[in-house]
Design a protein around this ligand. Structure first.
Ligand code: FE2
Length: 300
């Protein structure tokens, strides 16, 4: 992991030389200006099963080389077999270049995976608004390649979701009140939710108080990437990673049959055909204000 970090850090320096307009120049001395490089975060939506992990392994290294993010973060709730997360798949994705992970309604679908949420040394969070006593925590401070620190928060929406969760708004408020602002340079909330209205409400509730609010869970990227006047980046859903010729990762014939017959079906993931990679690249200034968000989508 450290070897990967140092390689990527070397590429940051290359980018500075190639694209000087990306720099913010601060300070008053013309001879020795203080140069500030924006913090870049690449956030990947739900990685769905084996095909999702393959897309990441095959294409993330090229994205890292081209965009040199300080941190790569991904939603991991569908990593193992489409539902759940375990140590093997987390390790596989860290080796592919992902630095930290968020979760969702399926975070605890695999019993053997619960232990990874209890480990402070693993960069993984689960929704903060799970009831008290649930394994793991809903926020962590993650240090990027440039040593800047990100406050990573994860919440689960409540509209059209099966779980009975605590209030995501109040959970985020409690975290922001608890973590001293000087302990982090930027902040990102993964809102794992079904309803775009709930995601938008969370966006505006914390506008100007966090660097980014990014949605996951629906597996379909939305065309609403935006940075508010207050400097909070938003996209209602960053989209999934895995099969494109499917219904959100599942074999389409199974889902069509389910709708036609209303009978229960057993989901099977799609591993053939076209694959997609979806994520958002966010640039954040020294004040923790987002400057730019860009949806990156690759179909292979
Ligand atoms: Fe989900």
């Amino acid at each position: 992991m450290s070897e990967l970090l140092s390689e990527s850090f070397g590429l940051v320096a290359q980018l500075v030389e190639q694209k000087p307009l990306k720099l913010l120049v601060l300070g008053s001395s013309p001879s020795q200006p203080t140069i500030s490089i924006p913090m870049k975060i690449f956030f990947l939506g739900d990685i769905v099963g084996r095909s999702g992990r393959s897309v990441i392994k095959n294409h993330l290294p090229k994205i890292i080389e081209e965009f040199t993010p300080d941190l790569v973060i991904a939603n991991a709730e569908n990593l193992a077999g489409g539902k759940g997360t375990n140590r093997k798949t987390i390790t596989e994705m860290m080796q592919a270049g992902i630095d930290a992970f968020t979760g969702g309604n399926h975070s605890f679908a695999i019993a053997e995976g619960h232990e990874i949420f209890e480990r402070n040394d693993l960069p993984i969070v689960r929704p903060a608004n799970f009831p008290e006593g649930t394994p793991g925590v809903g926020w962590k401070l993650i240090t990027g390649k440039s040593q800047k620190r990100l406050l990573l928060i994860n919440v689960l929406g409540r509209n059209f979701m099966a779980q009975h969760m605590d209030c995501p708004f109040r959970s985020i408020e409690a975290i922001l009140a608890h973590v001293p602002r000087e302990d982090y340079d930027a902040s990102l909330i993964d809102v794992h939710a079904e309803a775009t209205s709930e995601k938008q409400a969370l966006r505006w509730a914390f506008d100007g108080r966090v660097s980014a609010v990014i949605g996951t869970h629906t597996h379909v990227p939305t065309a609403d990437a935006d940075v508010s006047d207050q400097g909070t980046a938003f996209q209602a859903d960053s989209g999934m990673n895995g099969s494109l010729d499917s219904c959100i990762g599942v074999k389409k014939e199974i889902i069509i049959k389910k709708y036609l017959t209303q009978l229960p079906v057993t989901n099977e993931l799609m591993h053939e055909g076209r694959m997609q990679m979806n994520g958002v690249l966010i640039e954040i200034d020294d004040m923790g204000r987002a400057m730019k968000i860009e949806h990156l989508r690759k179909v292979v």
